[in-house]
Write a protein that binds this ligand. Structure first.
Ligand SMILES: [Zn+2]
Length: 319
């Protein structure tokens, strides 16, 4: 396990972990359909290799206790994640509508801010973790300039083919400051999320508005997952010691963003939570009926979808 590096608590930087649960190598590599299994298998890890998920005794933050070293981390994102499978996820009506909805809300909030007059000065939008550039492609329009922070070369190249320019920190710093920003499903991937939030804040004008979202691992949800894992079920794909290093609750996310120099504008609890929950329950019911002949399969399916897509999503402001 020489490729792994020990992590202190990414929130308070202390090293006082309490073990919550472990995953074996085989348990997590099959959980995410975008994983390139051949690459994982080539690494020489075995079923004996366990990965610890811990809670900081000092501050209560939940995190993956190890991360990949620099070389393997680069390979994980450039080879371990299958390009086609990852890219294909952006070609969905549902996802496109979600991005438009977020952009619409940001425009409505910006509209209330008198300082934002983009008839004279273009509005600059930063996507902090731009991925394939699909959000910026939605936002780009007359008077709106878009910039992406991204380190995956395959994603930068694709975004460029769509007229969206993304690059490293120096690139986005050179074009700062920004009035609007997006940080969608990014913080959970980062080794030092608090430092990254401070870096993000340094690129923004005072009063900049943005959207931030991470998977929801509030205690009740996390405990449910741990119970299922202890029963031997495969974890959900959001529990992944290599890709997802941090497991935020709504409270720990808020504490971190407030400390980094942001305030909350409004909370979108689990995108229209009632209707989403109803839709998921309906879907589970239909599929479980279809799997009725295979009870174990039905149970696994129901578990994997019960908290699917649960996120903590906030609209925030740089203060
Ligand atoms: Zn801590």
């Amino acid at each position: 396990m020489n490729n792994l590096v020990h992590r202190n608590c990414p929130n308070c930087n202390r090293d006082r972990p309490k073990l919550l649960f472990q995953l074996s190598f085989e348990q997590f590599i099959y959980a995410n359909p975008t994983h390139n299994i051949d690459w994982f298998k080539s690494l020489g890890f075995t079923e004996e290799d366990k990965f610890n998920f811990v809670k900081c005794i000092n501050c209560g933050f939940v995190y993956s206790q190890s991360k990949l070293d620099e070389k393997l981390h680069h390979e994980f994102y450039h080879i371990g994640i299958d390009r086609q499978k990852s890219l294909s996820k952006i070609f969905s009506f549902r996802k496109r509508v979600q991005l438009l909805e977020k952009w619409r809300k940001l425009l409505l909030i910006a509209q209330q801010e008198k300082d934002f007059d983009f008839s004279k000065n273009p509005l600059k939008v930063l996507d902090f973790g731009a991925g394939w550039g699909d959000f910026l492609a939605v936002a780009k329009s007359p008077g709106i300039q878009v910039y992406g922070l991204e380190f995956d070369k395959r994603k930068i190249e694709f975004a460029k083919s769509q007229g969206i320019i993304a690059g490293g920190f120096d690139y986005v710093q050179n074009h700062s400051p920004y009035q609007i920003f997006m940080c969608n499903q990014v913080l959970e991937h980062l080794d030092k999320p608090k430092d990254s939030l401070k870096e993000l804040r340094s690129l923004l004008v005072d009063g900049a508005i943005g959207f931030i979202s991470v998977p929801d691992f509030r205690t009740e949800i996390l405990n449910k997952h741990i119970k299922e894992i202890e029963l031997g079920r495969q974890p959900v794909k959001t529990i992944n010691p290599w890709g997802h290093l941090n497991y935020f609750s709504p409270e720990s996310l808020r504490n971190m963003i407030f400390e980094a120099g942001f305030s909350e504008i409004s909370l979108q609890t689990r995108p229209s939570s009632k209707s989403k929950k109803y839709q998921i329950q309906k879907l589970i019911k239909e599929k479980v009926l279809r799997f009725a002949a295979n009870k174990q399969k039905a149970k696994n399916f129901a578990y994997k979808n019960a908290d699917k897509g649960m996120t903590t999503s906030l609209y925030i402001k740089a203060v």
